[in-house]
Design a protein around this ligand. Sequence first.
Ligand code: PMP
Length: 287
Amino acid sequence: MSRIVYVNGRYVPYAQATVHVEDRGFQFADGVYEVCEVRTGRIVDEERHLARLNRSLRELSITPPMSDAALRVVISEVLRRNMVRDGAVYLQVTRGTARRDFVFPDPDVAPTLVVTARSVDPSKGQSTAEQGIAVVTVPESRWTRVDIKTIGLLPNVLAKMQAKEAGAREAWFVDRDGHVTEGGSSNAWIVSESNVLITRPAESGILRGITRTTLFDLAQAHGLKIEERGFTVDEALNAREAFITSATTIVTPVVRINSTVIGGGTPGPLAMRLREKFHSVAASRPI
Ligand code: PMP
């Protein structure tokens, strides 16, 4: 079955899904994106993802390509046409196509909207979580507006490549004060000796992850304490547990940071429990 992609009003076969060479996403990384998990035929936390998409667009003064209701129809249609039951849906909006110029084009230039979807075998993520992942720390090298989910991801690409070369799955950025900000494509968490969940406040230095937000709901439902504060690499190395969150990894335990083994090298029980319970609190809508 050939994959179908939505591009600017049309559902087209993957090989024919193209945007213009002067699309501002291509020229300037002038665009934003979202990724939602799809699980057992349901889209997870869609409302929160669309709210964040709209916020990202607003922060950059990019015109929303369509209403949320219309976008939900496109998302469903792309998932249906690709017969995705478990996997992910990707949305990208750019400022559109215009003759290359740094300043914004005329307001009547339409934004570009691309929606793609792919199937992912959920047992893969599960076995990764059951093994736990390694992370490496890298100096923070990104701009200060990482709260906006832009497609300008080169520092993340380089950091994650560095992680891969070191045999790790994720890179944790570390700011000038020695505090972990977040992962290349995930939020970072540790668990204290007294089982308190610790994660950096979303006011600066990180993307406010949707999975992170939903984990707050989950923690509340289970009477778990969350402390929103920065933590150093040293504190992480000595933590009882560490884990990452993102729409595609849900909650995935970290068992090694650089060359230090965390929690005896086996996934933390609290992280695994949060992973197991995550979908009991996350909102989901049938495709
Ligand atoms: N931080 C960064 C830099 C990310 O790329 C992601 C994944 N999109 C996250 C955090 C986690 O966000 P979410 O839970 O919304 O996937």
